[in-house]
Design a protein around this ligand. Structure first.
Ligand SMILES: CC(C)(COP(=O)(O)OP(=O)(O)OC[C@H]1O[C@@H](n2cnc3c(N)ncnc32)[C@H](O)[C@@H]1OP(=O)(O)O)[C@@H](O)C(=O)NCCC(=O)NCCS
Length: 206
């Protein structure tokens, strides 16, 4: 059992791990076939900013943060904050780094963390020049394995606007069953009511 391994490795109780997730010991980086997937680093600010600028038109319909792309200086702060949150186990923002070129080709992460379950929500976006080549599907599969096998997840969700067909296609390609559709679940950043797909994978206790 993952939990037992955690406890043995850290010499702590389950209650300690739930109350103090910072005690959880897991790597900052892992790999898939074509990608290094890792937490943010200070040197990511400039390439990350460039990737978002390049992709802004594709991101805008779905990502509120892309409506106006912040400056590189803002990213210099944001990646450091991301590093802190990762190490505090509050939010696991992940960079998708192309092994062959070293380029940042998108972003992902394990968000809305509830360590008590544990459960996570995966988010993702791809740099426009790397779209349509299966990188995001590869990343989502790798992050899902990381969540279940390394973090001891019991549930990993992907939520997306039902109109976001490319996002739903990633969830389906990565083998996520559609668990529910929440109708009039939220308003998008244009103020329109939206329906939301909830895809989820679970691992039950034996
Ligand atoms: C959602 C988003 C990340 C999907 O990106 P994507 O490039 O379509 O996804 P993938 O990297 O998995 O690539 C899949 C495509 O590559 C193709 N492909 C090529 N090689 C592949 C491989 N080895 N494995 C899987 N797919 C492969 C697939 O057939 C698919 O092609 P299609 O677009 O013609 O159907 C992207 O559209 C995006 O960034 N959108 C804006 C942000 C967003 O909406 N995020 C989600 C919010 S919920």
């Amino acid at each position: 059992m993952i939990e037992t391994e955690f406890l043995r490795r850290n010499s702590v109780s389950m209650e300690d791990l739930v109350e103090n997730p910072i005690l959880r010991d897991f790597p900052y980086s892992f790999e898939t076939e074509r990608l290094i997937i890792r937490g943010p680093l200070p040197e990511d600010a400039a390439p990350l900013h460039a990737a978002v600028v390049e992709s802004q038109e594709e991101l805008k319909p779905w990502m509120p943060w892309a409506m106006e792309v912040p400056t590189e200086a803002w990213y210099r702060v944001r990646v450091r904050e991301g590093q802190l949150k990762f190490l505090a186990r509050e939010d696991l923002w992940l960079m998708l780094v192309h092994k062959a070129t070293g380029a940042i080709i998108g972003g992902s992460g394990l968000h809305r963390i509830d360590w008590n379950v544990p459960k996570f929500e995966i988010g993702y976006w791809v740099r426009t020049s790397y779209a349509g080549q299966g990188y995001v599907t590869e990343a989502v599969k790798g992050i899902t394995d990381f969540a279940f096998d390394t973090l001891g997840a019991r549930r990993v969700e992907i939520r997306c606007d039902v109109k976001n067909e490319r996002s739903a296609a990633v969830a389906r390609r990565a083998g996520y069953p559609l668990e529910a559709t929440f109708h009039c679940d939220a308003r998008d950043h244009f103020g329109h009511l939206r329906d939301t797909y909830i895809f989820a994978k679970v691992r039950r206790e034996e």
